[in-house]
Design a protein around this ligand. Sequence first.
Ligand code: PMP
Length: 386
Amino acid sequence: MSADFYDFSEQLARLKQQGLYRGRRVVDGPQGVLLRVDGRPVVNFCGNDYLGLANHPEVASAFKRAVDRYGVGSGSAHLICGHGSAHHALEQELAAFTGRERALLFSTGYMANLGVISALVGRGDAVFEDRLNHASLLDGGLLSRGQFKRFRHRDITDLAEKFGDRANKVLIVSDGVFSMDGDLADLPALAALAKRQRAGLFIDDAHGFGVLGKNGGGIVEHFGLTPCDVPILMGTLGKAFGTFGAFVAGSEELIEMLIQKARSYVFTTALPPAVAEATRVGLRLLQTESWRREKLAELVARFRAGAQQQGLRLMDSFTAIQPIPMGDSRRALAVSQALLHRGFWVSAIRPPTVPAGTARLRVTFSAEHDLQQVDGLLDALIGVMA
Ligand code: PMP
């Protein structure tokens, strides 16, 4: 007889004992900087609504108007009858904004990453990924039928050495802004190496798109590169755009290839059209309200200067993601809980999201925060870590 399939108690107990158990908290009311969590008011420093658009009145009213016009559900996958005029218009606007021939909507960023890598990397090919890439990129590599190798974080020499092996085609994959570290890929070096090796380059700019660059063009604009340098660009809509979903932008042929082959595109229901309409407004605001990016940079600078003054160790990041190294998972959890007690919500990030022994607090900023809230967080951090 086999073991009892439904006996999970030992595994769950082990996770608890290691400080790796994941819990959820119930948020009531609208998303934003001030949340009610388990009935108590807290200042939110763990969301990805970097520009504060998730609850922007114009985004919300576009969503409501679109529900009146299109209904709620999209009805089916894009390739059946689910590809509506709202999706189509958003794709065209994203293509124009990113300076590419086409863009393709996916229902989530996770699905975009699985879809792109597994569609483009086949048997006999290889995929090389930064070892700190987001789980969805790593999972995409595992799902592909190609050889899957990870290179050391931001280490171009280590990546270059991977090319020694024989492979038909090679795809290089990296986060633009690393989601748990906040640092940037060395994009100019990645682009140069990819060109030299005739390899593909796929950049996931989930945390940079809309936030980095003077115009919100993300990591590509930040480094002053062009679409030719990053032929496959992915961005998510659930972060800077304040809505939900994701897109991939690139050449006409690339997008046609994904429509044929990306299984997480073909075999899933399209986003509700109202999400696409709300995102169109998010895309406009992200271009017209550049003060949001400036404010974000000001908040991050204030936090880093304050932390330095207080002797609080941070990581090497200038983005809206500011991790505080803790090392031990139980410590990260305890500090996060103590902060919540003082009215500040900062999440504890633990393995397997980050490598063993590198648990951290992940502080994230939104343009809707103010300087007093940043100072309040610093005071609370110093208080709980003393
Ligand atoms: N890529 C990165 C770098 C991410 O951080 C995330 C999610 N936080 C995703 C992809 C997945 O995007 P989504 O939440 O839209 O599935």
